[in-house]
Structures are given as C-alpha cells and as structure tokens.
Design a protein. Structure first.
Length: 115
C-alpha cells in the first residue's frame, strides 16, 4: 500500500527487496543473462513450459470479474475533476513525453525517435 498510495518510483534494488522482480542485475550483465536463460528455457520440452506457464497464471492472475471491476473503478477515478486537473498539470510538466531510448543507443545506424 505504501508504494501505491505514496506513488513512489522504485529502482531495481528496491523492487527486488519487495519481491516484485526475481533479481536486479547491472545493465552490463543483463543481455548475457537473458540470452543464457532464454537458451536454457528453449532447451526444455515445450509441453512442460506451457504447463508451467498455465499453472503460474492459474495461481497468480486475478479472476476476470475482478479485472473488469478494477477497470470500472479506474474509469470512475480518472473521470473525477480533481484527477483531470492533476493530469493536466502533470502533462504540462512533461508527463509521458518521449525521450531517448536505450535500445536506439545500442543499435548502430538506428533512427532516434522524434521528440
């Protein structure tokens, strides 16, 4: 509740401590880690992978009715005048403004996204 109501950003180390991610890795290690993990997972029988993913989803995903109720609640909240005013203020400060992406910095000759 602290993070949701406090609307705080969390870096990878904090997210790891809170259990939101499995681990935090330095950027220099991330590509090799992901490639190694992907190769390992790809080496397993696909039926086992699909069964595991299905089991995790069944145990961890909210029921459809709860997701729909949450969507309705969100729509009600964003329609409130106070939220509309705050949103205008945030967008005026650059909220959701595109910036340079790390991906484009890594790809040679790639066009930068338009600002």
């Amino acid at each position: 509740m602290e993070m949701i109501l406090g609307a705080q950003d969390a870096d990878a180390d904090l997210a790891e401590r809170y259990g939101w991610i499995n681990r935090a890795l330095p950027d220099t290690e991330l590509d090799d880690f992901v490639a190694t993990l992907a190769r390992r997972i790809a080496s397993f029988p696909s039926a086992g992978i699909l069964s595991t993913k299905r089991a995790i989803n069944e145990l961890t995903l909210a029921p459809v009715d709860a997701v729909r109720a949450d969507g309705r609640r969100f729509q009600e909240l964003v329609a409130a005048l106070e939220v509309q005013d705050r949103s205008k203020e945030l967008f005026g400060q650059g909220f959701q403004t595109r910036g340079p992406l790390e991906l484009f910095e890594r790809l040679e000759g790639a066009e930068q996204p338009q600002q």
